[in-house]
Design a protein around this ligand. Structure first.
Ligand code: CAA
Length: 294
């Protein structure tokens, strides 16, 4: 049984309504706090891990503007909190997220979309996140919901999760990375099939076979698995974790030679940290390292 101490993130520390959230087989009802003015997400801190839950059940966590504003606020607070090492993002058992809010955007016009950079605020905070974000996906991950999962660094799926990019069915195309990240994750043929048909039929097992998700778990265990991985990552040197994340993400942007060069520079840089000395000395002395993220 894991023993985590709970504390709210700094933004959420005021006298706000409490709720309860059962975190799978951790087997306990933990007290959670709604963040300031947060209507559509619930954020809590479990040890060194931030847990963010999308909470718009009536609309299957459709990603309205306000939800993303709140999500970005929460992610920023967690990224800036030195006591946090990693973040888990999840939805409900029925839906991770059923996409962008169709009702909210249906009357929008090109000029407004273009001049306001519609959807760009979705990706800004994720692009800036230095800490790893792990998606624990149950139920529908559709359109922007699938794209949101793909913005995360690791994806775990519950066995009833369904992935799809159905935008074409409603006369549009993916607008938050689907044509790019899905193609890189599952290959051209599968991405074409999913995006051009708009079928909502990629099962968790298929997502695993195609490399979209790391592994598949029982519905009530997937958050636990994500939390456990996040806990493991949080106990590594945050400096090494962030340099490794940055190097991996760089592989999507640059040719191999440039990526290898950056990786080598990052590797060399770790030797300027106390954590590298601690990690290697701990190995030599046959003890666990105690990282200070210095
Ligand atoms: N936007 C707004 N509301 C949504 C929504 C969405 N993306 N998805 C579901 N909802 C709402 C429904 O309108 C419904 O609300 P009401 O109860 O008020 O009628 C509620 O959630 C429950 O949905 P359903 O009754 O439809 O539930 P279902 O089990 O019969 O079907 C579903 C579930 C297959 C997910 C279906 O809701 C659906 O197809 N949703 C739309 C999926 C979609 O097209 N997503 C892509 C959006 S576009 C996009 O994301 C662009 C981008 O790239 C960023």
């Amino acid at each position: 049984m894991f023993k985590f101490s709970l504390r709210p993130i700094s933004r959420a520390a005021s006298s706000v309504p409490t709720n309860s959230l059962k975190i799978g087989s951790f087997g306990a009802m933990y007290s959670t706090k709604h963040s300031h003015n947060h209507k559509f997400i619930v954020t809590e801190v479990v040890g060194k891990v931030g847990l963010v839950k999308l909470n718009r059940p009536k609309a299957l966590n459709a990603l309205c503007n306000q939800l993303f504003v709140e999500l970005n606020e929460s992610l920023l607070a967690l990224d800036n909190d030195p006591k946090i090492g990693a973040v888990v993002l999840t939805g409900s058992e029925r839906a991770f997220a059923a996409g962008a809010d169709i009702v909210e955007m249906k009357d929008s016009e090109f000029v407004k979309n273009y001049t306001s950079g519609f959807l760009s605020h979705w990706v800004h905070q994720f692009e800036k996140m230095r800490k790893p974000v792990i998606a624990a996906v149950n139920g529908f991950a559709l359109g922007g919901g699938c794209e949101l999962a793909m913005m995360c660094d690791i994806i775990y799926a519950g066995e009833k999760a369904v992935f799809g990019q159905p935008e074409i069915v409603i006369g549009t195309i993916p607008g938050a990375g689907g044509t790019q990240r899905l193609t890189k994750a599952v290959g051209k043929s599968k991405a074409m099939e999913m995006i051009l048909t708009g079928s909502i039929n990629m099962t968790a097992q298929e997502a695993y076979q195609f490399g979209l998700v790391s592994s598949v778990h029982p519905v009530d265990k997937v958050v636990d698995v994500a939390m456990e991985t996040a806990k493991t990552i949080s106990n590594r040197s945050m400096l090494s974790v962030q340099m490794a994340k940055e190097s991996i993400n760089n592989s999507f942007e640059v040719p191999l030679a440039s990526g290898l060069k950056m990786e080598r520079t990052m590797f060399h840089s770790t030797f300027a940290t106390k954590d590298q000395k601690e990690g290697m000395n701990a190995f030599a002395e046959k003890r666990k390292p105690a990282y200070k993220n210095e």
